[in-house]
Design a protein around this ligand. Structure first.
Ligand SMILES: *[C@@H]1O[C@H](CO)[C@@H](O)[C@H](O)[C@H]1NC(C)=O
Ligand SMILES: *[C@@H]1O[C@H](CO)[C@@H](O)[C@H](O)[C@H]1NC(C)=O
Ligand SMILES: *[C@@H]1O[C@H](CO)[C@@H](O)[C@H](O)[C@H]1NC(C)=O
Ligand SMILES: *[C@@H]1O[C@H](CO)[C@@H](O)[C@H](O)[C@H]1NC(C)=O
Ligand SMILES: *[C@@H]1O[C@H](CO)[C@@H](O)[C@H](O)[C@H]1NC(C)=O
Ligand SMILES: *[C@@H]1O[C@H](CO)[C@@H](O)[C@H](O)[C@H]1NC(C)=O
Ligand SMILES: *[C@@H]1O[C@H](CO)[C@@H](O)[C@H](O)[C@H]1NC(C)=O
Length: 913
């Protein structure tokens, strides 16, 4: 079985509660508003996995009690793949290390982990916490189930061939899709309007209760409702939305949905809640599990990643978002890093939906055929009225613009009261424009934006004399301006938003449509595992939203790509009755369609293919996946780094067709991309790319495989030329197979050009002691003296800005499997010591060691009490910071990078803190 985080022999890997550690992204040009998860420990809370034969909660609790560790239960974790519980120590001030070591040593306990609390786990870019929300109106009363076939031409489904499977009658019927998210508004008519047997949302539960904040005890309930974040309802609609007036439909709209509410209203959760949610979704018979949440990691050993891997090993595919931290290399999230999972990247939609209030236009006559358009109501909004559009143009303004920041020129009509004035919102504010237009008696105004960013459309405000106002995107106005300039009269039939329906207009995105989304996280993992595996449209996706949050919403993220991929699995399961995770991964991967590489920093679209670390196998092609008769034995190949370079490998082709097929085998390299930019020690969002590629030689370039037979192909690999190891480029490409039966398949591979174990993670410029009352960026002088209040055994530093503690600062810039911070007594300091990896230490610095680290900033004050709860004697100390090399052996001191900090002196005054 999969090995869980094990206790290390000496000091263990358990952590004191309440240490002041923080996670944040330290990429050079990170978009601060990207949803970046952060975490903390819940003081005194632990997850316990039972030793086999000891699966008895009552007996565990009494054993803990008799060993002086009274606990209360957080959650029972009693599942077929995990048997245990999470507990909260009744007295958090107990020596935390002693407590965890004690727990670990008890007979019924196989594994112990600290409970971690996460924030902002949802991988939607415009989730409610980032505040990018527009007032599109309240449509909760107006949702109707339209009869029209909404699938025809719906871009995300056309791109992935889902529309073709719908046309063949596949809808995911009979397949159970389990989703772990923020809950779902199943009262939404487009999601069926009910919960339970016979409903679209047929199963699931609430794992947290309304008051959960990650720290307190979760209170489960039967209904995954309400969804106060919106994210879960959006994800649900991508899978299972029924036909509706807005022109979208769920990719598996016949499937049965299960929702496990595990995120609170701010996107927060904890690892015990998530472990329970993943296991419960498995337990309840989900055929596929969809997870659009993650925390930046890059480690498949992370406990959440290990949990999902157990589910995959048990035969249920788990589809998980790769994260929104692109375009830096090595930016993938956990649990998406888990071994065996289907990890999903996002592709930009080829059509960008603009969601608003519905109104209509007709050409040449107010009673002509109506075309619907979407607009955002201003203040005041429009009444029911039909009037011709009149556009402000350079010819009708005194300043030659298309806005009215100055009064209109004499060539404009003096009375505009019987028109709707179309004006660009640029150069000044909306009330100024309204006031200038009012001089010509304009009372109705439609503004449009100065650029084609649909987020630049606002709820406008106006002059007191304005009777109706709203705003449309530049793209919409451009269509009207074209017609007007040709002399066509355009009549707008406005509808009072109080009674209007929601409306959506889809504009072509020919700049980035079909290209991997800029925000989509990149693989590989820190151990060079291939990541992501596939891409589906996840940017600018219109879906359902809770009725009390507007009923519909456009969001972007690998969160939105993931449920589409899970839906494709549901369609394949219905069509082919294949449920094996490995077979499904291989089917979808080998039939994917590769996209070109776009450098979003320089806005260059290359002819080279996008790296495997960015797009995986490419854009999923559901129809081809279902209809292919050829299968490949593996879905991707990692060539590892140059220290462990795999220069020879093989794969097997199986021909499931009824006749022999001859396959031509070839190689399509993709673009290589550096991890680092010169002078930047963390993965860079704007590092260089290059066309240097590996050379592949095959045992056969043409092979005929009989019906039902298979053929083995060996692959010899020569490293790429002209790349710089110090920049840690990741190179990749596709082995291509073209069959005489018309099938084209790919086998993606990637390798890291350079040494992963040479990544230092920490160095002396970013690991040192500072004064907690000073600035963390100022290392303290060597041998400084701190006089501290005398602490009590097992205590934490009080949260007091008035006391100057010696504090540890570490900035970790790459993945590190394990970081130790051991306290070394210097000179005649009379401390008791233990030898740890060849060094005499007086104990561990609080909060250490830590495992599976990426991009962390640690700022931890020290009150003289070690991680083990021991009070250090007065004296002179330094810290030995040791970062385990990637692929290193934790028990071998040679496998660590070591930084010794400045020395520091501790004295105590007589009073306890
Ligand atoms: C982040 O959001 C804030 C407030 O919404 C905004 O002022 C800022 O410009 C945004 N930053 C980026 C990098 O988009
Ligand atoms: C969570 O809620 C509990 C009360 O239920 C409160 O004591 C605690 O401070 C809260 N924690 C956070 C981080 O908000
Ligand atoms: C309106 O649409 C109908 C049906 O498509 C068409 O026959 C008719 O010519 C259209 N009328 C105008 C004025 O365009
Ligand atoms: C406006 O028009 C809508 C639909 O066309 C209608 O339902 C509504 O009653 C009208 N409102 C008023 C105030 O006339
Ligand atoms: C603006 O004026 C120019 C020259 O007078 C004319 O050619 C052009 O057609 C006018 N444009 C519009 C939109 O009226
Ligand atoms: C336009 O408004 C002005 C006053 O602002 C008024 O004198 C004029 O009669 C109005 N014109 C029309 C046609 O209503
Ligand atoms: C996108 O299409 C529009 C209209 O067809 C065109 O004006 C524009 O130049 C195109 N943009 C790009 C980047 O190709």
């Amino acid at each position: 079985m999969v090995a869980y985080l094990q206790l290390l022999p000496l000091l263990g890997v358990l952590f004191a509660g309440g240490v002041h550690s923080k996670t944040s992204n330290v990429g050079d040009t990170a978009d601060a508003n990207n949803t970046v998860g952060s975490w903390d420990y819940v003081p005194g809370a632990y997850i316990i996995e039972y030793e086999q034969g000891h699966e008895n909660e009552a007996s565990l609790f009494s054993t803990l009690h008799t060993h002086g560790l009274p606990v209360s239960k957080r959650m029972s974790l009693s599942y077929s793949l995990f048997k245990g519980a999470s507990v909260q120590l009744d007295a958090v001030s107990l020596d935390p290390q002693a407590a965890s070591t004690k727990i670990a040593s008890l007979a019924p306990v196989k594994n112990v982990w600290p409970v971690m609390r996460y924030q902002n786990l949802e991988l939607g870019k415009f989730a409610s916490t980032s505040g990018v929300k527009r007032n599109v109106g309240d449509f909760s009363q107006h949702v109707s189930r339209a009869a029209a076939d909404s699938d025809t031409g719906y871009a995300p489904h056309v791109l992935t061939q889902v529309d073709k499977l719908h046309a063949e009658g596949y809808t995911g019927k009979g397949i159970r899709v389990g989703v772990i998210d923020s809950g779902v508004d199943y009262k939404h008519p487009v999601l069926g309007g009910c919960f339970g047997e016979g409903c679209i949302v047929a199963y699931g539960m609430d794992l947290i209760g309304p008051d959960f904040n990650g720290t307190n005890t979760p209170v489960p309930g039967p209904y995954p409702y309400p969804d106060c974040l919106g994210h879960g309802t959006h994800v649900s609609g991508i899978i299972a939305a029924q036909k509706n007036p807005l022109g979208f439909i769920g990719a598996a709209y016949g499937a049965t949905l299960g929702m496990y509410k595990a995120l609170d209203c701010g996107g927060g959760s904890s690892n015990d809640v998530l472990m329970a949610a993943f296991n419960q979704a498995y337990e309840d018979g989900s055929d596929v599990i969809s997870i659009s949440i993650g925390i930046y990691s890059g480690w498949k050993e992370d406990p959440l990643a290990v949990t999902v891997s157990r589910i995959v090993d048990a035969g249920v595919p788990v589809v998980i978002a790769n994260g929104n931290q692109g375009p830096a290399v090595f930016s993938s999230a956990s649990p998406g890093d888990g071994a065996g999972v289907m990890n999903v990247a996002s592709i930009d939609n080829t059509e960008t939906p603009f969601l608003g209030t519905e109104a209509f236009t007709s050409l040449n006559s107010p009673s002509g055929n109506l075309t619907s358009f979407a607009w955002l109501p201003g203040t005041p909004a429009f009444p029911n009225i039909t009037l011709p559009l009149w556009a402000v143009t350079p010819n009708t303004t005194t300043d030659g613009s298309s806005s009215a920041c100055s009064p209109l020129s004499s060539s404009a009509p003096t009375d505009l009261s019987d028109k709707i004035v179309l004006v660009q919102l640029t150069g000044c504010d909306d009330p100024t424009i309204a006031a200038n237009l009012a001089k010509n008696n304009a009372t109705y105004i439609i503004y449009y934006s100065s650029d084609d960013d649909l987020d630049d459309v606002y709820s406008v405000s106006t002059a007191p004399s304005t009777l109706g106002a709203g705003m449309v995107p530049l793209q919409q106005a451009t269509i009207w301006l074209d017609l007007l300039s040709k002399g066509t009269d355009v009549y707008a039939k406005m509808v009072d938003p109080q009674s209007a329906n929601p409306g959506a207009t889809y504009f072509p995105n020919n700049a980035t449509g079909g290209i991997v989304s800029d925000f989509s996280s990149w693989g590989p993992t820190w151990e060079a595992d291939v990541n992501p595996h596939i891409a589906t449209p996840g940017a600018s996706i219109l879906s359902t939203y809770p009725l009390n949050m507007g009923a519909y919403y456009v969001d972007s993220g690998t969160s939105m790509a993931t449920p589409l991929m899970a839906s494709i699995y549901a369609l394949i399961m219905q069509a082919r009755s294949i449920k094996d995770p490995k077979a499904l991964l291989s089917m979808v991967s080998s039939t994917a369609k590769q996209t070109k590489y776009r450098d979003s920093y320089q806005s260059i679209l290359y002819n080279d293919l996008a790296p495997v670390a960015q797009q995986g196998a490419g854009l999923a092609q559901a129809y081809d996946a279902i209809h292919a008769t050829t299968t490949l034995s593996v879905s991707s190949i990692s060539l590892n780094d140059t220290d462990h370079f795999v220069n020879s490998t093989y794969f097997t082709i199986k021909n499931g067709a009824k006749q022999a097929v001859t396959y031509s085998i070839g190689h399509l390299p993709s673009r290589s991309r550096d991890t680092f930019k010169a002078g930047v020690s963390s993965p860079s969002q704007s590092s260089n790319s290059s066309s240097s590629a590996a050379t592949l030689t095959f045992s056969d370039t043409k092979v005929t495989v009989p019906a039902g037979g298979s053929a083995k192909i060996t692959v010899e690999v020569a490293l790429p030329q002209g790349l710089t190891k110090a920049n840690l480029p990741v190179y990749s490409g596709y082995i291509t197979l073209n069959g005489t039966n018309g099938e084209s398949l790919v086998l993606p591979y990637l390798g890291v050009f350079g040494s992963l174990s040479s990544l230092q993670g920490i160095d002396s410029s970013n690991g040192y002691i500072y004064h907690s009352t000073g600035h963390y960026w100022q290392a303290a002088p060597n041998n400084d003296i701190w006089t501290l209040p005398y602490p009590s055994v097992g205590s934490q530093p009080p949260n007091s800005a008035a006391i100057d503690f010696p504090a540890l600062y570490i900035l970790v810039t790459t993945g590190v499997p394990l970081i130790r911070a051991d306290i070394i007594p210097l000179g005649n300091t009379p401390a008791n010591t233990t030898k740890v990896l060849g060094v005499d230490t007086a104990g561990s610095f609080p909060g250490f060691p830590v495992q599976w680290v990426f991009s962390n900033i640690y700022q931890i004050p020290f009150n003289g009490v070690t991680q083990e709860g021991i009070i250090l004697p007065e004296g002179n100390y330094a810290l030995s910071l040791r970062a385990l090399k990637i692929f290193g052996d934790a028990n071998n001191s040679d496998d660590y990078y070591t930084v010794q900090t400045q020395s520091f002196n501790i004295k105590y005054n007589s009073t306890a803190a």
